[in-house]
Design a protein around this ligand. Structure first.
Ligand code: PDD
Length: 280
C-alpha cells in the first residue's frame, strides 16, 4: 500500500498537502532522494542518506534529523507500507515562507516521503533502449540532487517526442549522463564511465556497478570521453535506482554492437544482482 509521511504525520499520499508558499513550489528550493527496497529491506540506505545530507549541505539547508533518525523513519515507512519491492522518494524543501524573497527564510523545512511499490525488470524483461544525444543544458551543479528537474524533463521529453526512449547528455566535448541515470560504455572490453564531478549526479547505482564489475573481475576506468566514443563503443549502459543497469541498443539511430544486451552488461548486471542479495 502506498504511504506518505509529511512533517511528522503518516497519511495516504492523496491526502498529503503543503502550502502554495512552500519554497519547493515557489523556487524549486529543495533536494530529494530515491532509494530501492528489495525483499522488504532498503538497499544502500546509508549511501543514499549520505547523499541527501550532502545535497542539503550544498544548498545550505540544515540537517533535519540525524542519519540514525532517518534510518529508523525509513524502516518504519517500509513496514507501514507493507511493500517488499518498492521505491522510497524523499523530498526536503526549505519550508513555507509567505514573503517571496531570494533570501533564505528561517523556516522549518518540509519533509515528505512516500513508499511506492516498484519492481525492477528482470534480465529477460529488459529491452535495449533507443537513445539520442542532446546538449546538456542544465546548470553547473548537476551533482546536487535538487528538485528543480525542468532541464532534465525538457531533454527527456524532446527525446520521447522524437521517438527515442531517452537522451544521453553532452556538455562541450564530454558525455555527462542520462536524463535520470549515469552512463557507462565498453571499449575494447574495458568499461569506462565519466568520473564524479559537478557535471553529473554521483549515482549510488553507479558506485554499486563499479563494485559489481570489480566483484566479477572486470576492468573499469573512470575517465571522461567524448560523443564519438559512443559510436565506437561495443556496449552502452545507463544506471539508476529504478533502471538498475539498462543496456542501450541504439544511439542516434545507429546500433550499439549487435543491438542486443552485451556479454559484459550481463556479467555486471548479474554481479549487481548478487550484491543486492547481500543487504545486511
Ligand atoms: N534519478 N543522474 C541523474 C540526473 C539522476 O536523476 C539519477 C537518478 C541518476 C542515478 O542515480 P542513482 O543511481 O543514485 O539512482 C543519475 C532518480 C532515480 C530519479 O530522479 O528518480
Amino acid at each position: 500500500m502506498e504511504i506518505a509521511y509529511l512533517n511528522g504525520q503518516w497519511m495516504p499520499p492523496s491526502e498529503a498537502k503543503v502550502s502554495v508558499f512552500d519554497r519547493g513550489f515557489m523556487f524549486g528550493d529543495g533536494v530529494y532522494e530515491v532509494m530501492p527496497v528489495y525483499d522488504g529491506r532498503i538497499f544502500t540506505k546509508a549511501q543514499h542518506l549520505a547523499r541527501l545530507a550532502r545535497s542539503q549541505a550544498e544548498i545550505g539547508l540544515a540537517p533535519v534529523m540525524s542519519a540514525e533518525a532517518w534510518s529508523t523513519l525509513l524502516d518504519e515507512a517500509v513496514e507501514k507500507s507493507g511493500e517488499a519491492q518498492a521505491l522510497i522518494y524523499i523530498q526536503v524543501t526549505r519550508g513555507t515562507a509567505i514573503e517571496r524573497s531570494h533570501v533564505y527564510p528561517d523556516t522549518p523545512p518540509t519533509v515528505f516521503l512516500t513508499v511506492t511499490a516498484f519492481s525492477p525488470k528482470t534480465a529477460s524483461e529488459i529491452q535495449p533502449l533507443r537513445v539520442v544525444t542532446a546538449e546538456d543544458i542544465r546548470w553547473h551543479r548537476a551533482d546536487i540532487k535538487v528538485t528543480s528537474l525542468i532541464a532534465n524533463g525538457m531533454i527527456k521529453n524532446q527525446a520521447l517526442a522524437n521517438g527515442y526512449d531517452d537522451a544521453i547528455m553532452i556538455r562541450g566535448d564530454k558525455v555527462t549522463e542520462g536524463t535520470a541515470s549515469n552512463v557507462f560504455i565498453v571499449v575494447n572490453g574495458e568499461i569506462i564511465t565519466p568520473p564524479k564531478s559537478r557535471w553529473l549526479l554521483h549515482g549510488i547505482t553507479r558506485d554499486e556497478m563499479i563494485r559489481a564489475a570489480a566483484d566479477v573481475g572486470l576492468s573499469l576506468r573512470e575517465e571522461d570521453f567524448d560523443e564519438s566514443r559512443l559510436s565506437s563503443a561495443s556496449e552502452i549502459w545507463l544506471s539508476s535506482t529504478g533502471l538498475e543497469l539498462a543496456p542501450v541498443g541504439e544511439v542516434n539511430d545507429q546500433r550499439v554492437g549487435d543491438g542486443a544486451p552485451g556479454p559484459i552488461w550481463r556479467q555486471v548486471f548479474e554481479g549487481f544482482q548478487a550484491r543486492k542479495r547481500l543487504i545486511d
